[in-house]
Design a binder for this molecule. Structure first.
Ligand code: FAD
Ligand code: UDP
Length: 381
């Protein structure tokens, strides 16, 4: 039986903890927050509304193995996410689709553009905006310039502090342009919300006789790494340490602080059943915030009151802010690789999750990566 310590009780940490526990190992999961679930944490407020204090989280995946794993710990409620863009007060669907086209252009012009898009790109195709901007047909490029300006440019600058081209495909391909009337934000096969919330689902993952959860405990000060050896509470640790926190912090910032994007949330309870026309409205050409999310619309339960959150993006400052997003630029990846290489010298240290792997990943990939790492560790013997 192996002793396993998992730092972080988010989806990555909870998934791998469960897999080791079922194998028969004793696992301790430690989190510096007083709550489990990492950024997917949610709670029910005094009006019975499920609120996500670290930002709106929607589950969607094409990974059956992930869906099957999570289905052991929750029942699901069907939910297909739809988003609108507020463009100078007008609301149109995003991803930008043929409905958006007809809402923003005069009918005849829209028909003309539609015909060109169908011919040049293909009906029902999804195409990334940066690809569309490079299209050989000048009419397509002109249309792409319009979508770029109204949907992507301002929003991306607000969200990341960089232009779409600087971030490249890894970010921009997440929200392609649809040459169809498809108006769902995601087209994944499995799109559900956990019936009793993410916290309950993750609590069920962690509920196992071989798992001990310690909250409100920052592990950083108790871990020392020296010359290939891991020390915990001053003693050499014999077991496996799975770390899902920030890797730069783990190595005392010896190669400098990695860049992250942070967020500020402004929550408001409104005395109305519905605040806006969609669960999320992106402010793509105006406003200081990026988007407004309305939580009652995620659960499809009409209430007398509703809760909205405005999201403001900002640069991350160590010691002040929560590191929400790794910034996926190539130079940051190279910066991260220095830490990764350093970590490789510790054979019983494993980096996992959005922060430790410095990767902009969705929840399903967090679960998938935890499953893959578990398989790798077990096959190492
Ligand atoms: P985290 O959830 O960040 O968990 C890491 C945990 O480690 C934290 O609880 C932290 O407190 C703990 N920790 C760190 N350092 C220490 C330490 N020194 N000691 C103890 N504990 C420590 N994904 C989707 O699929 N759909 C969405 O709609 C979606 N929306 C998102 C919206 C926002 C605003 C953000 C920021 C992310 C969103 N994501 C979404 C991504 C999703 O949050 C992540 O994929 C997922 O939460 C990753 O889980 P994780 O366990 O790797 O990291
Ligand atoms: N994006 C945009 N306008 C939109 C929606 C998305 O410019 O209306 C860009 C923006 O750069 C954003 C990225 O596409 O960060 C990915 O969007 P997604 O909704 O996947 O981001 P998430 O909120 O899930 O991190």
């Amino acid at each position: 039986m192996e002793k396993i310590i998992v730092v972080g009780a988010g989806l990555s940490g909870a998934t791998i903890a469960r897999l080791f526990a079922e194998k028969g190992d004793k696992v301790t999961v430690v989190d510096k927050r007083d709550t489990i679930g990492g950024n997917a944490y949610d709670y029910v407020d005094k009006n019975g509304i499920t609120v996500q204090p670290y930002g709106p989280h929607i589950f969607h995946t094409n990974e059956k193995v992930v869906f099957d794993f999570l289905s052991k710990y929750t029942e699901w409620e069907k939910y297909e996410h739809r988003v609108l863009a507020n463009i100078g007060g007008k609301h149109v669907p995003v991803p930008f689709n043929l409905t958006s086209l007809f809402e923003l252009y005069p009918k005849e012009k829209a028909e003309e553009i539609k015909e060109i898009l169908v011919k040049e790109v293909g009906l029902d195709k999804k195409v990334p905006i940066l690809t569309l901007k490079q299209h050989e047909n000048p009419e397509v490029r002109k249309f792409a310039g319009f979508v770029y300006k109204n949907i992507f440019y301002t929003y991306t600058l607000k969200q990341w502090g960089f232009k779409p081209e600087e971030l490249g495909e890894a970010v921009m391909n997440r929200v392609p342009v649809y040459v169809s009337y498809e108006d769902r934000y995601f087209t994944d096969e499995y799109q559900y919300m956990p019936k009793d919330g993410f916290t309950e689902m993750i609590a069920n993952i962690l509920r196992h006789p071989n798992i001990t959860v310690k909250l409100g405990t920052d592990m950083k000060k108790d871990i020392a790494l020296d010359d290939g050896k891991i020390y915990l509470y001053g003693k050499e640790f014999e077991g496996k340490l799975i770390y899902t926190g920030c890797v730069d912090e783990l190595f005392n910032y010896k190669y400098g602080v990695l860049p992250y994007r942070s967020l500020k949330f402004k929550f408001k309870t409104k005395k109305c059943a519905s605040y806006q026309d969609a669960a999320v409205v992106n402010y793509t050409t105006s406003a200081k915030f990026t988007r407004i999310s309305e939580f009652t619309k995620f659960t499809c339960k009409p209430q007398e009151k509703t809760v909205i959150v405005k999201e403001f993006s900002k640069a991350f400052k160590k010691g002040r802010d929560i590191p929400y997003y790794p910034i996926p630029l190539q130079k940051n990846q190279l910066h991260y690789e220095k830490y990764r290489e350093e970590a490789n010298a510790y054979k019983d240290l494993y980096l996992l999750g959005r922060l430790a792997n410095y990767k902009y990943i969705n929840m399903d990939i967090a679960v998938l990566n935890a499953m893959k790492l578990f398989d790798e560790i077990v096959s190492e013997g």
